[in-house]
Unconditional design. Sequence first.
Length: 256
Amino acid sequence: MSALLSLRGLRKEYRPGEPVLRDIRLDFSAAEHGGVTAIIGPSGTGKSTLIRCINRLVDPTAGEILFQGVDLAQLQGKALREARCRIGMVFQEYNLVERLSVIENILCGRLGVMPWWRALLRRFEPQDIDRAFELMQAVGLPEDFASRRADALSGGQRQRVGIARALMQAPQLILADEPTSSLDPKTSVEIMELLTEVSLRRRVPVLINIHNVELAKRYASRIIGMARGEVVFDGSPLALQDHHLKAIYGAEGWLP
């Protein structure tokens, strides 16, 4: 099966000689039915850096990021902006425009493909507005939330807006950078259920960086374990055993 995304020798150094990512090699298939891949590992091991390198929010030091056969690491300007339009992003801290309404935040997912003057004036096409309302319903937000300001929402509601905004791009891949870390346990489950449903129903692969191992095992079809900037496990949730977790997190007595 062809790869939607391939990482080849991906390396990132914020300081010379101190790699955060060490020559990562991974493939993510263009599966017709979507699916969630979870990246787990301790803080500081490079999970967020890996996610952010893929869509070039962070520039890699070396290596290739082949998305649909094109090396994103080599793109600049308009070509990079166009490539990013095919990759949705869900953030830990939501990254919403607080003073804008829910519907306006969702419509921001179209900014990358709109003429600049329409974006400046927030003059959205009628079909885009209709789609934004459809996506509100799809992520579980009532229609009467459309005019509410983002800063009046709960954390879970904000994350639903963030997911709808990512879907507004009609992406071929969704990246989620710790989307549950600011949420309570119940809401975290709801957001993971939503991301899984979105992935399977819309046939869009989701690559998620997550701290909660149990949530990863419950919802992901593939788990990638990282330690010290390297991939030390890559397999199914059923294959993830205690000795793998010790290799990922260290044998510090935290396992039963």
